[in-house]
Design a protein around this ligand. Sequence first.
Ligand code: URA
Length: 245
Amino acid sequence: MALERLDKILASQNIGSRKEVGLMIRKGRVTVNGAVATRPELKADAEQDAIAVEGRELAGSRFIYLMMNKPKGVLSASRDTRAETVVDLVPQEWRRRGLFPAGRLDKDTEGLLILTNDGDFAHKMLSPKKKVEKIYDAVLDLPIDSQDILAFSVGVKMKDFEALPAKLSVLPPELADAKLTPLQRQVRVCIHEGKFHQVKRMFMARGKTVLALRRVQIGSLKLDPNLSPGEVRQMAAKEILAVFT
Ligand code: URA
């Protein structure tokens, strides 16, 4: 790819408007190959140079970050000899780049999944120390009550572990499916950890069964409503940063 102005490269990756990225560059928040670049007119090659905003490299160079709306029935794995995996759903042009899902969703869970080849990113996203919030919408067999909300807020106790405090609420009516009654069976859960079957087990400990589960947000990154189940698209650098903000 040809050399282009740094502000143009950043704006084309949706980091901000040309004016906003110009300001970010002048403030020293952008590096090119490890050196702070303070001139928006500096020329760089988006594919060859390591361009980073606040330490995070832009998508499209060495690392790749994809957002998927994971459908039900597909395994969160790179390869499986028998079952279809999330990597099998990735278009050919990106598939041969060592992709793996950053964190797993159960086979019957749908929604926001990030696929990447950046091990540090995945590690940081999953580390309990980083406290990255994961938000799930669930449909339950029974309505929740104030005792459930309280139990989640102090940390649900299970046989083998005690969950960190979590937020449980009834889904706002505008997001709920009016055909499913009562509405108190449609809930939203925010957790900061990701143990095996965590959300299902937390509800199980409260005597309720999760009938459907969908991840809608990681950090402040929301699932793109334009992505149909099974669809995948490259993430903008701004979205990669949003995972940690
Ligand atoms: N919690 C679960 O129980 N399942 C998932 O897929 C994700 C979180």
